[in-house]
Design a protein around this ligand. Structure first.
Ligand SMILES: [Mn+2]
Length: 312
């Protein structure tokens, strides 16, 4: 088997609310990759409806790509949901990919609020041997180290002073190395040791993988809330040229007038899925809003009440 024919593993995870953006993120990979038939999508299902799983399968199996769907069964602490630290258990799925994708391969994890604008395959090649994970510094200036974040001091290993603090939205994992290092167990221990971390899974990755974290060029994960303007000019700026756009700014493109100008690649991708032609309209926005409200009411009744009486 030649190197170019090896499978390119992409990992995505979401609950039902993010089913459509997940399909767009996956479709954006297929739009730009040079050999789509190499792509293996590993979808970690954190509560996706049967109908939406079917739509995701049909959307992403185009051009010869493989789609595998695995149900997320790892127990995670619900206290983090109730505390409002995480919006959904889906955010924890990235910590346990090695329990779901069992081949000793490298894999690209993508948040469901990302859109890939280039061939993603070269990113996988960039991860150096011995590294557990690669990602982009969470700070656009690149200066933040995990050690410098006071909230992490309690857990941070003393022998990894200069380890960077990466954003968890776009990462490359060496899954064989994750298994050898017993990371699933270490994440479980860390999660049991604390009620909450400010950035949940992201803090956990930066602590547990400290010393074996590689940073990539910032353009591999351009967080929209860092952009000075959201007018879309950055898409055509050869110096900036995002390779992956991460819609961290709210509202997101599927929330209406979200990330004005930066939304174009999202709509181009959605038009290559079973959601083809989807555009935000009043009624289409109302349904997810009600669903998010219902989820909040179930998980965090106190916070919901505060919001209703205007103190949230
Ligand atoms: Mn994200």
């Amino acid at each position: 088997m030649t190197a170019t024919k090896q499978p390119l593993h992409i990992v995505l995870a979401c609950d039902d609310i993010f089913a459509m953006p997940l399909a767009a993120a996956g479709a954006s990979v297929l739009r730009h990759v040079s050999s789509p038939e190499r792509v293996v999508f590993n979808i970690i299902d954190c509560g996706i409806s049967a109908r939406n799983i079917d739509r995701i399968r049909r959307s992403l199996s185009r051009k010869g790509a493989t789609v595998r769907v695995m149900k997320f069964t790892t127990p995670v602490p619900t206290s983090w949901l109730q505390a409002g630290i995480i919006p959904s258990v889906a955010t924890f799925a990235r910590l346990f990919v090695q329990d779901y994708v069992t081949e000793d391969v490298r894999a690209v994890y993508l948040d469901s609020d990302t859109i890939v604008c280039t061939d993603i395959a070269p990113l996988v090649e960039q991860l150096a041997d011995g590294m557990l994970v690669g990602g982009v510094s969470d700070d656009p200036a690149g200066g933040v180290t995990a050690k410098g974040l006071e909230r992490l001091a309690k857990w941070f290993p003393a022998d990894a002073e200069d380890s960077p603090y990466i954003n968890a939205g776009v990462m490359v994992f060496d899954l064989g190395a994750w298994r050898s290092a017993g990371l699933s167990q270490r994440f479980k221990e860390l999660m049991a040791d604390t009620d909450a971390m400010q950035f949940a899974d992201q803090d956990a990755i930066n602590i547990v993988c400290a010393g074996r974290i590689q940073t990539f060029e910032p353009r591999w994960n351009v967080q929209t809330h860092h952009l000075p303007s959201l007018d879309g000019a950055i898409l055509d700026d050869p110096n900036a040229s995002p390779r992956v756009i991460h819609f961290t700014h709210r509202p997101k493109p599927w929330h209406g007038q979200g990330d004005v100008g930066m939304s174009r690649p999202f709509y181009e991708a959605i038009d290559e899925t079973e959601w083809k032609g989807w555009r935000p309209t009043g009624l289409r926005l109302l349904v997810p809003k009600l669903r998010r409200g219902w989820r909040l009411a179930r998980q965090r009744p106190t916070q919901m009440l505060k919001r209703l009486v205007g103190k949230g």
